[in-house]
Structure formats: structure tokens, C-alpha cells
Design a protein around this ligand. Structure first.
Ligand SMILES: [Zn+2]
Ligand SMILES: [Zn+2]
Length: 784
């Protein structure tokens, strides 16, 4: 069926020279304005024929003069639309038909369902120009968008991606918008969220009593007011970042929240006044995904760093990614605090009424619109690692639901992730689709969103997986859910095996490798809490070759919020009575009573949990050095320890590796007396101690990997686990291992932490067919 037809004139005698070519383009070429792009290109080059989406890519039949066709193919490869990624262009000569025009052929329903949904895309240059053009009919219209930019995933209810299946269905296009939408030569051809001031959504301002008011947004912000602003994927709280009182007020009203705030800046030049920015970081700031980029901050007396990003030497920065956000800025307002409006730990707020209700004591004003947010999606956060590679901290807006190419192209599989920073993952045709993070499953509302999101993903991908990968943890909410699914094959997977497989998958590794997994906590096959692991394995099986020596974990998972307790456990385990003496002296945030109770628990309890967690080691060191005793947000103690680190010099602390029952044990206890002496007797500055500690770990890990390489003859190492958010450790390990001749792989597409494990689970589950692993196995060699 023909959708649109364009006819152009051609002198009859030229037709003799024309030839016909079939062109198939693979990659991200659907839902990104590719067909109109081909149409326009064909018009320019006097090419006739047609273009159509298919399950194998975009198909083109082109007839024209040989040079024109060659030029046409060259442009497809070199200058595709901004959001397209051309992976392959296949061409073959075909029989000449003699088309008189070029048409865009409509895809069949089946084909449309294989079209991938695009993530939300930051406002493009053309739309920015229109936004600021006084003569344009969309001058200062906050919802301006086109085929190359605008909302996508956050407004989609179902496939195919047509306006009536998005939350734009409640806005009927005016004749001008409809004309643009229907015209293949127009930038807004089939731009589903197309809108203008006449027919599209509008912004409205409410006060905290819920009454509509008419104030100047800029003036409110300059006066230090806190605004709840409905954006693309959720509400933000917004305030002038240079107004210390306003920032302090957000902290006060949000209570207990010590998390660093991200800022949005008017432009990169403004960002430079607050941060150091290299070329790659700048490219990410400007990218269509427009994530928050974590940058090294520089002193600027305009910003109270103790309020905006307490205890850290980095600042999360983003550029305005929607027209609405662009309009929040002025010559006097160049940097805004822009933080998720949700209550700590609870789901994102997307609904107008809920926002007015939940935030009435936090926001002074509400700046809202009536385009429904269908899929809540937080801002993505990434940094650029020393190697120049992207390092995902939170993969959400701008990335989800883009697929990640994986080695396996088996039947669709679902993996449900873990209970912390949960994401799920569905595979289809050699790609893995990770959801945005749903938060911690301890909150029932997060769990509900996980279930809703899962239904929507299955709908969008048009699959119903019957194979489920899950964490073997007995109490994970999502694992319990998976175990209740009838008619599904379950593959129970060890947490750190999943981490290792995730790093393997995104690097398309197939062979057996070594894995160094440094993590907070994951259920081990022996019932202990693992987290500092050296594994070997592939997608089918793994073997635990080494780990940190077990330490008691009084209070179980709760301990992760209380680094100072872990400091006591380490001091006591490493130094006995002498350690307790040091704890009494130097851990003032742990009362003597509490110390007493903890010691009793450790020495008497029979049901004590044990751990090899690397995350808890960072907690303990941070607390013992007096940096951070309590985690107000996840990994606060570890992040502050990293922030202080000065890595010059080459001193390290003593440490040991021994072998018990064929498994290497990394022993860090010899470090503790010297570390405490450095801090409390020798007056060594904390940044130097932090540097020495980081170097100690790098050495220890390199030493153990050299040992297991000798034993296994394996030379490829993957690095994964939440501790590898630490850039000093990651950078240090890369350098050290490469110096030793290892081939090293790490995460560049999903976070190394628990937000990424669903990817590993999915690939393991799709590789494992009949060999279903049950958590009752406790022997050392585990099979997934
Ligand atoms: Zn645009
Ligand atoms: Zn309109």
C-alpha cells in the first residue's frame, strides 16, 4: 500500500541511462525519521522507486542515474538522520521497472511490531531555533518537537508508535500541524507528538494551595521559590542553585535527604564556571540522550557546595533537554538545582494531583501541563571514565528502551533483576531491552510500578517470555514473583555470576573468562553474603576461585546503612581487644552500649550471617577514618572516601592471600593496625590514607588475578559490581591489569551495579536451556 507519493519530472531520453538497485539498511533505522529522510534524498537525486520498513531493516528500491544512486548510498551511510545508527548497507542490482515517482510504502502490522521504540530525545537545533524565533508560530512554545527530537518512550502506551497510542491522543492537531504531519518533505512528517500553541499542551502555574495563579516563573525562581516542574518523565524540584537559602530550604523540606543534587545549566559555558569538562564529557552533555554528566567540580563562590553536593568533589550537570526546560533560564538564571521530586526511596511523581498532594509542603509553586507521563523515567546519570568510555550510573531517560546487542539470539527471555535499584530485562532477536530502574522493591509502590512496567515492555516488544532468569536470593521480592509464575521455566542465578555475565554480554564475550566482582551484597550459594569475588565462568556455569575472607555481618543487610558498625566488626576481627580499644576511642558515632551489643552478637550468635562484601570494606574504612559513619543514601561513605582520595605516591598497606580448600582468601586484616596508626598516631592526612587504601586494593586484586591466571590459563578479565562505580578503583585496575598483560573488559552500556544484573541474568537464562539450577546446591562448582 502506498502512503505518500511524490512525482517528479524527468526528460525522456535520460531514462535510458537509469539503473535499478535494491538497498537494505540495518541498524537503528526505524522510528527515527529514516523513511522521510530517504524520501527527501531521493527527491534531491532524482531517484524513483520506494522505501519500506521491514523486520530486516529498511528496504529501498532505487532507480536513477548510476552516479546519483552511488551518491544516494554514500549519503545514507555518511549523513543519516541524527537519531539513526546505520550498521550495515547491503546493495544489489535488480531489474529496472521504470518507476515514475518515489513512494513511502506503509509497513504491515507484523512489521510495525518489530519497529523499536525510541527513547526520549533532547530538543534538536532546528526546534531550538524556532523556539527563539519571534516570527515562528511556535515562538516560546514549551512543547515544540519534530521527527528528530521530543518525547517518545515516556508518552507511549502501546505499539505501533502512532499518535492514538500515545498520551498525545487527547490533543487533536490543528490544520497547520496536520499539514506538517502529512507532508513527507516536512521535518514534522509523522512526528507523533507534533503540537503548537493552538492545539497542543500548555503550561499552568498553581500555588501550593492548588489555586491557579499567574506569576512570572523567572521572578519566582529569582526570589528563591521552590518550583515543582512537570518534565518529560517525572516532576522535578527546581530552585536557583546560586540562592543558598533556596537550596537549603529544599534540603530542609525534603528532610534526611543528603543526596547530591544535580544541576541544570543554561549552556556549556555556564557549566565550565562550575566544573572541569573534557571533550567527551561535553559531547555527552550535548548528546540526544542529554544525561546528567558527573563532572569534577571547581570552586565557584556562587554555589554553596556543602548544600548542593555535600562531601563530594563531583557535580552532576545536565543541559536543558526540552523546550520547557530551556524557557526556565534567563540572563539572571543560569544554573538551577534540578532534583527528582519524589520522596526518598519512593517512586517518581508523574501525576498532577499526586504532585499537588505529596509536594504541598515542599514546593511553593507547581508548573504543570496535561500531557500524561505514561512511562515514568528518571534522568540518566553517567560519567566519563579515565579511558574515555561512558560509565552509566543510572540508565533511564534517553537510553531506555533502546536495545543492547547481545551474543545470544535465542527465544525471548525475561530476567527480573534484584531487589535494589531493580531493572528487568527482556531479550528479543539478539537484543536485550533493559527497563529504567524501579527503585528498591522494599517499597510496595516501586514493586507495583515494576509489574506495570513489565506488562508495558512485553506489549511494546510484543513477546511473552516463558523462560525467566532470577536471583537465587530466597527473599528478593522479584525472585518470589518469578517463582509464582505458572508455566514458566525458571533459571535461578547467583548474583555475582549475573554481574559477570552482564559485563561479558555487553562486550559480546562468548568464551570462559575471569571475573573480578566487587559489590555490596548478593546471596551466595553457601548462604553467605558475597561481594568481593574472583570467579571464572561463562554463561552456563561459574566457579568461585577466590573471595575476601568472611567476616560476621551482625544485622544482615541493615548493616549497609551503618558503616560505623562495620568499622567495629573489622577492627575487632583484625585486632581483637586492641581493636575494641581503638573503636572505643575513635568511633564516637557508635555508643559504648551498641559496641557491647555488637560484640556479643558476633561472639555468641549461632545464626550470624557472614560476608565477603567489598562494599562493606569501603564502608568500614570510611567510618574508621571518621569520614562517614552513617549512609544517608546508598554508598555515601564509599563515595566520600573516594572523593577525598589523593592517589600520588606508591605506598600500600600490608595484606595477604592464602588458600583454603582450593579457594583463595583475600585477607585485609593486616592493613588495619597500620591504617589506624596512620590516621590517629602519625597524623597522615586522610586523603593520603584513602589513596594508600585504594592502591592496596588494586595491588591485592592484581595479585590474586595473577595467581588464578596461572591456575586457569585464562587471560581475559571482566570487572563488575557496584564498587566499580568508584572511578579510582576502576582506573587503577585497568592500568594495573593491562600492565600485567591481561585483556580487561568493563561496563560501558549498563551500570556495573545492581541496575545492570538483569542483563546478565537474561543472557544466562537464554543460554541455559534444560540445565535448571536450584539454589540448594552448595558445592563449590556451581552450574547456572
Ligand atoms: Zn526537533
Ligand atoms: Zn497545532
Amino acid at each position: 500500500m502506498r502512503l505518500v507519493i511524490c512525482r517528479w519530472q524527468k526528460a525522456g531520453n535520460d531514462m535510458q541511462k537509469r539503473q535499478a538497485m535494491r538497498i537494505i539498511v540495518n541498524g537503528i533505522v526505524q522510528g527515527v525519521g529514516f523513511r522521510p529522510f530517504i524520501y527527501r534524498l531521493a527527491a534531491q537525486q532524482n531517484i524513483t522507486g520506494w522505501v519500506q520498513n521491514s523486520s530486516t531493516g529498511v528496504w529501498i528500491e532505487a532507480e536513477g542515474e548510476p552516479e546519483s544512486i552511488e551518491y544516494f548510498i554514500g549519503l545514507i551511510k555518511r549523513q543519516p538522520p541524527p537519531l539513526a545508527v546505520v550498521r550495515q548497507v547491503y546493495t544489489e542490482s535488480i531489474e529496472y521497472v521504470g518507476y515514475h515517482n518515489f513512494s513511502i510504502r506503509r509497513s504491515s502490522r507484523e512489521e510495525r511490531q518489530l519497529v523499536m521504540i525510541s527513547p526520549d530525545i533532547a530538543i534538536c537545533k532546528d526546534c531550538q531555533a524556532e523556539l527563539l524565533d519571534k516570527g515562528d508560530r511556535r515562538y516560546r512554545y514549551p512543547f515544540i518537537n519534530c521527527t528528530n527530537c521530543g518525547p517518545r518512550y515516556t508518552i507511549i502506551r502501546d505499539v505501533p508508535y502512532d499518535r492514538h497510542l500515545t498520551s498525545m491522543d487527547s490533543f487533536t492537531m490543528c490544520p497547520s500541524c496536520q499539514t506538517e504531519y502529512d507532508d513527507p518533505a516536512n521535518r514534522r512528517f509523522h512526528a507523533q507528538p507534533n503540537a503548537c500553541p493552538v492545539c497542543g499542551p500548555q503550561m499552568q502555574l498553581f500555588n501550593s494551595a492548588g489555586q491557579m495563579v499567574n506569576h512570572d516563573i523567572h521572578r519566582l525562581l529569582l526570589e528563591g521559590k521552590i518550583l515543582a516542574v512537570k518534565g518529560l518523565g517525572a516532576f522535578h524540584l527546581v530552585a536557583d542553585a546560586t540562592n543558598a537559602q533556596a537550596v537549603a530550604e529544599i534540603r530542609r523540606r525534603k528532610k534526611r535527604d543528603a543526596k547530591p543534587f544535580a544541576v541544570m545549566v543554561r549552556d556549556v559555558d555556564t557549566a565550565r564556571q562550575y566544573c572541569f569538562i573534557n571533550e567527551q564529557e561535553e559531547a555527552w552533555l550535548h548528546s540526544p540522550a542529554a544525561p546528567i554528566v558527573v563532572l569534577r567540580s571547581r570552586f565557584n563562590d556562587q554555589l554553596d557546595s556543602h548544600l548542593v553536593h555535600p562531601g563530594l568533589n563531583t557535580l552532576g550537570v545536565m543541559l536543558p533537554y526540552t523546550p520547557l526546560h530551556k524557557l526556565l533560564f534567563s540572563d539572571e538564571l543560569k544554573i538551577l538545582v534540578m532534583t527528582s521530586a519524589n520522596i526518598s526511596g519512593e517512586p517518581l511523581i508523574t501525576d498532577n494531583h499526586k504532585a499537588l498532594e505529596l509536594l504541598k509542603d515542599i514546593a511553593d509553586y507547581f508548573y504543570i501541563h496535561h500531557r500524561t507521563i505514561v512511562n515514568p523515567c528518571d534522568d540518566s546519570v553517567l560519567s566519563v571514565s579515565r579511558s574515555g568510555a561512558p560509565h552509566h550510573i543510572r540508565r533511564a531517560r534517553g537510553f531506555v528502551p533502546r536495545g543492547i546487542t547481545i551474543p545470544s539470539i535465542a527465544e525471548p527471555v525475561l530476567a527480573v533483576g534484584g531487589d535494589l535499584k531493580n531493572t528487568f530485562c527482556i531479550t528479543r532477536c539478539g537484543e536485550a531491552y533493559l527497563s529504567q530502574p524501579w527503585g528498591d522493591m522494599i517499597h510496595y509502590d516501586n514493586y507495583k510500578n515494576f509489574l506495570i512496567g513489565l506488562q508495558r515492555f512485553k506489549g511494546i516488544l510484543d513477546v511473552e517470555p516463558v523462560q525467566i532468569g532470577l536471583d537465587m536470593h530466597p527473599d528478593y521480592q522479584v525472585s518470589r514473583w518469578a517463582r509464582q509464575q505458572k508455566g514458566c521455566t525458571l533459571v535461578e542465578i547467583q548474583h555475582h555470576h549475573a554481574h559477570m555475565a552482564a559485563a561479558m554480554a555487553e562486550n559480546c564475550l562468548q568464551q570462559e573468562v575471569l571475573g573480578l566482582i566487587c559489590d555490596g551484597a548478593g546471596w551466595g550459594s553457601d548462604g553467605a553474603i558475597w561481594g568481593g569475588e574472583v570467579l571464572r565462568g561463562d554463561y552456563h556455569q561459574y566457579q568461585r576461585l577466590g573471595h575476601f575472607e568472611y567476616l560476621p555481618l551482625p544485622g544482615g543487610d541493615q548493616t549497609s546503612r551503618k558503616p560505623v558498625r562495620m568499622a567495629l566488626v573489622y577492627l575487632y576481627s583484625a585486632m581483637g581487644e586492641k581493636g575494641l580499644e581503638l573503636a572505643r576511642k575513635h568511633l564516637p558515632d557508635l555508643s559504648l552500649d551498641e559496641q557491647e551489643i555488637l560484640i556479643q552478637q558476633i561472639s555468641r550468635s549461632r545464626n550470624l550471617l557472614f560476608t565477603s562484601s567489598c562494599g562493606r570494606l569501603f564502608d568500614a574504612v570510611s567510618a574508621a577514618l571518621g569520614i562517614c559513619s552513617w549512609n544517608n543514601y546508598e554508598a555515601q561513605a564509599a563515595m566520600q572516601l573516594e572523593a577525598l582520595c589523593q592517589s600520588h605516591g606508591d605506598q600500600i598497606y600490608p595484606h595477604d592471600i592464602c588458600c583454603k580448600d582450593g579457594v583463595y582468601q583475600m585477607d585485609i586484616s593486616p592493613m588495619w593496625p597500620e591504617l589506624m596508626r596512620d590516621r590517629y598516631s602519625n597524623d597522615v592526612p586522610v586523603p593520603i590514607i584513602s589513596g594508600k587504601f585504594h592502591r592496596t586494593l588494586t595491588n591485592l586484586f592484581t595479585e590474586i588475578l595473577i595467581k588464578v591466571r596461572e591456575d586457569t590459563q585464562l587471560n581475559q578479565v571482566v570487572l563488575s559490581g557496584g564498587v566499580f562505580h568508584n572511578q579510582i578503583l576502576l582506573g587503577g585496575m585497568l592500568t594495573a591489569l593491562q600492565q600485567e598483560g591481561f585483556e580487561v573488559f568493563y561496563h560501558q552500556q549498563v551500570p556495573p551495579g545492581d541496575g545492570g544484573i538483569s542483563l546478565g541474568q537474561a543472557v544466562i537464562a537464554s543460554e541455559v536451556k534444560d540445565n535448571v539450577f536450584r539454589s540448594t546446591r552448595t558445592d563449590n562448582r556451581d552450574t547456572a
